[in-house]
Ligand binder design. Sequence first.
Ligand SMILES: [Cu+2]
Length: 493
Amino acid sequence: MIKQKWRILAGVVLLVGGGFFLGKNLTQKQGTTDSQGSHGMMGQMMTDESAPLQVSEQKEQKLAIPPLLEPTEEEGNHVTYRITAQKGAYQIKSGKKTQTLGYNGDFLGPVIRLKKGQDVTFITENQLPTETSFHWHGLKLASSADGGPHQVIAPGQTKTVNFTVEQEAATLWFHPHPMGATAAQVYQGLAGLLYIEDDHSKQLRLPDEYGVNDFPLIVQDKSFDQDNQLNYQEDTTGDGIQGDTLLVNGTLNPYLETEERWLRLRVVNGSNARNFDFSLSEGQPFYQIATDGGLLNQGVKLTSLRLSPGERGEILVDTQQFRSGESFRLLANQNTALTIKINGQKATAFDSKETLNEIKHVAQKDLQGLKRQEITLKGMSHMVSINDQKFDPERIDLQAKTGTQEVWEVSNVGGMMGGMAHPFHLHGVQFQIISRNGQPPSENEAGWKDTVLVNPEEQVELLVTFDHPGLFMYHCHILEHEENGMMGQVNVV
Ligand SMILES: [Cu+2]
């Protein structure tokens, strides 16, 4: 109901004309990005156009922790995992179970933990009645293993991919990528996590006990009908589906209980189309320690963190100010995402000054002589385009050379319908943000990235290294924009 009302409201605002600024006053305030000063005012105005989230009346439930996937085979440095996309039914709300999709289970997927240097085989199987693919979001690998729209698997079929883990410790994820069905399949539950570990990250004194002081948090918004079912086709819009109900790891109104002083939360925006501003209920600061592709050089103190669809951020939260029996909340757009209950406290240490990584700062002189590519993001709804074109799987848009670096100038030019922020994702690489509108990125974006939110009227420069050959996708990670053609392909030879 709320959603319908919002749609009518949004329609009226559009009809009135020039409604994008007006609309801000009619929708819920979505938090601030004060800590990310480089996100311009325009961006904030535009990206506040979200459908409201409702407060769950359902009794709180223990946060589901995804299972760690066991390898089916392990020999020396080689591991094999089997991952199956399947239909399921999952108890999300009280009453009827929700018909869902999942990997190796009813809903969402397991966490696959890989080590740097490992030789990995994934046997992927499609037990769905429709085509799907397995895309490893953030993994650096050859395009033949990347699982993009050219690598769909027919129902009942399997596909085996092989690669060596070359990259450093990070929180990555995996999801389907078949043309025309990505958004619906992700919405119904196809999303899992891929952790990379390495010797360096293990030596750091960061919380790393899975499910004890180190938690994955897949944050998503979904809408349910009176029978507790998801109705993707009815609820989606040209600018993507925005559900009215927050879920974390598939749990509605979740809580976790802890005895730990420091909690490491690996936050994944797994929604189709909604930006989330994360904060803590007492306004207390937290430290961001990692971006999409690995640890930052040092923890960055924040009170709010914006993640757009596809982005990840690892944060450390200090519980020291709370006594046993007290609780506080992780908020997403000012709504409760997770209640954290304190149950005693261990005196673990985190030194916010500790050097976590050694990512080289990009200086202008490093860019001399590098090839530049202009990428223009434009439009909204069905009018979206990249470089004024819609995706054509038969057309190669850009060429790059293996082993070279390029500067990608990604501009969001809005277009005649006005503008909205687009999360730009490039497959098979981790890049660095050189600048936003000519200014260096904020400290918490000065790490490895594979997805970057580009606000209206903003130009973001990216330093990209192409290590692997093949045809790679780049696209808007508002999944419905991707489906509407906001995608291109670069051929790395
Ligand atoms: Cu977009």
